[in-house]
Ligand binder design. Structure first.
Ligand code: MG
Length: 294
């Protein structure tokens, strides 16, 4: 273990405006959400998960999804995408003119049922359909697999479940698959072994990791995944987030600290460190959840 070679640059996928704000209990003004997205693109973020086209009955915080998407400054070279929980979400994304959407499902039957009200195999079928329709419309699909490193209901998951789902998603046409540590249960060993094993089996899709906070362990997990060959990392400015269907879930890995880590290591992110710290402060100012967490 003495000669790791690191990439010159990594890609950061910013999830703050969606994954970060989604569980916030108090409605955040549309203008503030738009400002957060614009600050992120100004700081150099190239991929931003802006919102979610989900029924407001399930996620009231995202009730202004169309308005947010329509009013952000669309900077050339930046990909603005949205999470879609189902085919209905894709239809809205098509109406709103998105170039890219994100799908989600869990390895855990119980979590998938709670989160999406579907079995794992029903979700796979639906995402296959979503991929078909998206392809016809020229929309790219990124796919999350949640609970890969552990489920708050079922506990640690057999990595083979994540592998099987990843291979299925790749075969449907998803261009990137992100392995989610939904409630911060990963450790540097699983964060090395699981992505490495899945990376070795994928032939077309790229692989990302998505760690949630656990008192700093998230950064160790990112480093372990980097050492396993991962070069795409999800994070949220200010460490915003949680999971509305996973009690006790903490926020996402904070973008600014991750950028600080990579820059100190001599790895480029394309993100301005001073600016992303300011975005992190702004993001935190929008949150009531983070204040409760500390
Ligand atoms: Mg997350």
């Amino acid at each position: 273990m003495d000669n790791f070679s690191y990439p010159k640059s990594v890609e950061i996928f910013e999830v703050g405006p969606r994954d970060g704000l989604q569980p916030e209990p108090e409605f955040i003004d549309t203008e503030k959400k738009i400002k957060l997205v614009n600050m992120l693109s100004d700081a150099g973020c190239k991929k931003i998960e802006v919102t979610s086209f989900v029924h407001p009955k399930w996620v009231p915080q995202m009730a202004d999804a169309k308005e947010v998407f329509a009013n952000i400054d669309k900077k050339p070279g930046v990909v603005y995408n949205a999470l879609i929980p189902n085919m209905k979400g894709l239809e809205i994304a098509i109406e709103c003119g998105l170039d890219e959407v994100v799908t989600i499902m869990s390895t855990s039957e119980s979590h998938n049922k709670e989160n999406l009200n579907r079995t794992v195999s029903e979700s796979l079928k639906e995402i296959e359909e979503i991929n078909k329709v998206a392809k016809e419309k020229g929309i790219k699909i990124r796919s999350y697999i949640a609970t890969v490193f552990g489920c708050p209901i079922e506990g640690y998951q057999d990595p083979k479940k994540a592998l099987d789902i990843a291979l299925a998603l790749e075969s449907f046409g998803s261009y990137e698959i992100s392995l989610g540590d939904t409630t911060g249960m990963a450790n540097p060993v699983s964060a090395y072994k699981i992505p490495k094993m899945i990376l070795s089996k994928l032939t077309k899709a790229s692989l990302a990791v998505h760690y949630h906070k656990y008192f700093g362990l998230e950064h160790a997990n990112n480093l372990a995944s980097l050492q396993a060959g991962i070069t795409v990392f999800d994070s949220a400015a200010g460490g915003l987030g949680g999971c509305p269907y996973a009690p006790g879930a903490k926020g996402n890995c904070a973008t600014e600290i991750m950028v600080e880590m990579f820059h100190r290591m001599g790895i480029e992110t394309g993100i301005d460190l001073d600016k992303i710290y300011k975005v992190g402060e702004y993001a935190k100012s929008l949150s009531t959840l983070l204040n409760k967490e500390n």
